[in-house]
Design a protein around this ligand. Structure first.
Ligand code: DMJ
Length: 614
């Protein structure tokens, strides 16, 4: 029988819960981030942004990047105020109209691309082109709250000028672009890349010139056409011969955003060709590269293990999985990746899964955002407070390990927390942005991304690209304009002219009529990815939010079991969970089997983080 004293205590505690629920909940969450602390952390992250941004503006601008230890500047890309361009949409997200306006006006007046510099096509696209386009879309639209009255498409014109200077790199037998280009002479040099579709696609839809979207889609097709029998792609390819020169398949270094842009190009443009490729590519990655909870690199032809390595670029993957609706493996993998962060206070560029130590020559942490990005997405999907705790650890590491006099410093060695005199522009475009979004979400979000007029897709550089009708609905079968459906018994009508007239009815100033104009490379025309014959005019439900933005993309287990196999739509989680291990991955599995248990412990006793929170 319960003692009267115990009864009294239980009664008293219950009463406390009823009378003061917040106090009691906050006490119970004492080890986690309280709502008040989330607010403080959000404000602290805002202060971090300004420490670095002001440090750049005062000491480095208009050079590309800040040297945060010596308080100077350096030109690392084209010498065109790279960090300012990369920071524009973060300024908007923070609601800083004044700095956003002044910065856009300065760029509109002063930026020129007729310079004799050879630059990386990939970096120029994701940082400069993406930064300009994102800021253009914010500055030219009342609905964003960032409209600049004097703004007259200056950033869009700059973006178009820049993209035209990049176009020669796509002129290769394979359609896969060179890695770099001379902006003045159009001289191109080697390397490849197939992850330019978002920025170029948006530009096409804003300028009404399909060429940008065509060449980048063609490049993706060129790469995918050269996939191995296992549906894997390698790391480097010869753009003339189409031969792979580096056959290591993985989800990190040199390949990461290829996967990312397949899914995001579908989400933003509604182009199912990207979704089909993504499904195949993702299923193969989960079959051959995933060794729960880690990912390794394998030979793209045989599936044989090449590198049992975590590299910090892989950390974007759980975030991508959230968008694909594949949450469970995302949670486990994020946990594993975060255990590496906790061990060192940062993630090293490479961590060897066989020796459980920092990979030789890969000990730096150049302020990368990928783990923050995934933390934000997982919090958004699950609202599990553990992601706020993780975010707090990351803030603490940056504040106590990387903050330096004029900004934030790269860490050259995660074991000794040695600072280095560089600050990549993506620190302001991504790292701080995702941390701020994480805590703002916890507080009760008050920002464009969560409450704004559009759904936003983040580019791989963290630039926010809105799914406005002009960008997202140009080719979509949907009900928004009462336009086209893929099936049904309604009489077929001609697609081209009706699409044009439907879109002219929107508030966009430009017509989409020329999307279907003649004389374009046949491999990439608009009509070729959406067969005209399959479309009919009429009312249709269009894509659901879940289909379009991924969160509910995966069918529930029940639905899957009740549906006959041949009628089942393949879903990403289904694809990988149904697959059997490949023969050649035995070795891989034994390496990881041996280490699997050890890794689970990284969270606990193995932790050597210098974070003061621990
Ligand atoms: C960024 O420029 C982009 O996120 C890119 O996709 C990968 N590398 C950096 C950040 O680490």
């Amino acid at each position: 029988m319960e003692a009267p004293k115990t009864k009294f205590v239980v009664l008293f505690v219950s009463l406390l819960f009823i009378l003061y629920p917040n106090v009691v909940v906050q006490r119970t969450l004492a080890d986690g981030v309280t709502p008040e602390e989330a607010k403080q952390l959000r404000d602290e992250v805002r202060e971090m942004f300004y420490h670095a941004f002001d440090g750049y503006m005062e000491n480095a601008f208009p050079r590309d990047e800040l040297r945060p230890l010596s308080c100077g500047g350096e030109d690392t890309l084209g010498g065109y105020a790279l960090t300012l361009i990369d920071s524009l949409d973060t300024l908007a997200l923070l609601g800083d109209r004044d700095r956003f306006t002044v910065s856009v006006e300065w760029i509109g007046k002063n930026l020129r691309f007729d310079i004799n510099k050879t630059v990386s096509v990939f970096e120029t696209t994701i940082r400069v082109l993406g930064g300009l386009l994102s800021a253009h879309l914010l500055a030219s639209d009342y609905a964003t709250g960032m409209k600049i009255p004097t703004y007259d498409n200056q950033l869009l014109n700059l973006a178009e000028d820049l993209a035209r200077r990049l176009l020669p790199v796509f002129d290769t037998p394979t359609g896969i672009p060179f890695g770099s280009v001379n902006l003045l002479h159009g001289i191109t040099s080697t390397a490849g890349g197939g992850t330019l579709t978002l920025e170029f696609g948006v530009l096409s839809r804003l300028t009404n010139d399909p060429i940008f979207e065509q060449v980048t889609k063609n490049a993706v097709r060129g790469l995918w056409a050269r996939r191995s029998k296992l549906n894997l792609v390698g790391a480097h390819i010869n753009v003339f011969t189409g031969e792979w020169t580096q056959k290591d398949a993985g989800i990190g270094t040199s390949i990461d955003s290829f996967y990312e842009y397949l899914l995001k190009a579908y989400l933003l443009f509604g182009d199912e060709e990207y979704l089909f490729i993504f499904q195949e590519a993702y299923a193969a990655a989960m079959q051959y590269l995933y060794n729960d909870p880690w990912y390794v690199e394998v030979n793209m032809d045989s599936g044989a293990l090449v590198w049992p390595l975590f590299n910090s670029l892989q950390a974007f993957w759980p975030g991508l999985q959230v968008l694909a609706g594949d949450i469970d493996p995302a949670i486990r993998t994020h946990n594993a990746f975060f255990s590496v962060w906790k061990r060192y206070g940062f993630t090293p560029e490479g961590f060897n899964l066989a020796s459980l130590s920092v990979q030789y020559g890969q000990k730096s942490y150049p302020l990368r955002p990928e783990l923050m990005e995934s933390t934000y997405w997982l919090y958004k999907a699950t609202r599990d407070p553990r992601y706020l705790d993780a975010g707090r650890d990351m803030v603490a590491s940056l504040q106590y390990g990387a903050r330096c006099s004029c900004g934030y410093c790269h860490i050259s060695d995660v074991e000794f927390h040695k600072q280095e005199d560089h600050m990549e522009s993506f620190f302001l475009a991504e790292t701080v942005k995702y941390l701020w979004l994480l805590f703002d979400l916890a507080v009760g979000p008050d920002n464009l991304v969560e409450n704004g007029p559009y759904k936003y897709i983040f580019s791989t550089e963290g630039h926010i690209l809105p799914s406005t009708p002009q960008i997202s609905l140009a080719r979509e079968c949907c009900s928004y304009f009462g336009s086209y459906c893929k099936s049904g018994n309604i009489k077929q009508e001609h697609h081209k002219s009706d699409v044009a007239s439907n879109l002219q009815e929107t508030n966009d100033s430009r017509s989409f009529g020329s999307w279907a104009h003649d004389g374009l490379p046949s491999e990439s025309t608009f009509s070729d990815s959406i067969p005209l014959s399959g479309f009919i005019k009429g009312f249709c439900p269009g894509l659901t939010f879940g289909q379009k933005f991924g969160i509910s993309y995966v069918m529930s287990a029940d639905t899957q079991h009740n549906t006959p196999t041949n009628e089942r739509a393949p879903t990403v989680s289904q694809r990988h969970s149904d697959t059997a291990p490949v023969e050649n991955s035995d070795h891989l599995r034994s390496v990881n089997k041996k280490n699997h248990d050890n890794f689970q412990e990284l969270d606990g006793e193995g932790s050597k983080s210098n974070s003061p929170q621990e």
